[in-house]
Design a protein around this ligand. Sequence first.
Ligand SMILES: C[S@@+](CC[C@H](N)C(=O)[O-])C[C@H]1O[C@@H](n2cnc3c(N)ncnc32)[C@H](O)[C@@H]1O
Length: 298
Amino acid sequence: MDKFHRSVLLKEALGCLKVKKGKRYIDATLGGGGYSLEILKRGGEVLGIDADQDAIDYVREKLKSQASSLKLRIVKENFKNLGKIAKEAGFEKVDGAVFDLGVSSYQIDTAQRGFSFLKDGPLDMRMDRREGVNAEYLINVLGKENLYELFKKFGEENNPGRIVRAIVQRRKMKAIKTTNELVSVIAGAVGIRGIISDFQKNRIAQKIFQALRIAVNNELENLALALPQAVGLLNSNGVLAVVSFHSLEDTIVKTSFKNFEKSGLGEIITQKPISPTAKEISLNLRAKSAKLRIFKKK
Ligand SMILES: C[S@@+](CC[C@H](N)C(=O)[O-])C[C@H]1O[C@@H](n2cnc3c(N)ncnc32)[C@H](O)[C@@H]1O
């Protein structure tokens, strides 16, 4: 198993891509290089993109002694600029593109990145640490209404009022700077109305962290911008494969694919998304919510 990230739905996604020797593919979310490596093994050429310098460094180091790496072009960028990136890298036309969304195990497991409510670290959550505002900024600067909207919309938390009030009260006294500080404010707020299990507290903290991560990285907007660019780069019969991990992402994928089909660009191959097998979930709990959708260009 790769220590950086265990790929999810790899066999299924690769099965749909039907990689052919000498053909070109885009891996828009390089991560630990799991998908890219499989495409390379099958003789494909790959443009691998990631916004996170750590992922880029890891894959460069991992593949440096492998001959197949000559067929891998790596670019550190945000996939929202996919069309431009592909053009500059000479990948204007490809036979497949894959997005394996969200964060890698490395990002979640590295406390310093601030993605996990279970590990103490700075409230960062940026995939690209050179750009944009971090989660600490949003937690300490956003107004009450904005925080409420954020937690409701991106965290799908029905009742964020008490959490917002607790955050605002706490930050008046002292800025909230770490993941542990935020988790304890959330736990205090949701525990106010009686006893609540650790499981429930964790579930709520998870939703709040999801909301912040989506906002910090502009995840939904970037995805909606990238998918039409990906379809535009596909050759006839080229395949777009997207693995998503929560319903907000999946809705964007589903709606985008429907729009592509309506516009006559091709057909949706997966009327229902492909889910991981029970065996994959038992080996990797992070696979649990994964959904794979496939679109094929006309
Ligand atoms: C789930 S991991 C991909 C794992 C990879 N498929 C593998 O098998 O090793 C997702 C990766 O996508 C990157 N990522 C997420 N959003 C991105 C974006 N908008 N632009 C570029 N990279 C992004 C993250 O930094 C992370 O490394």
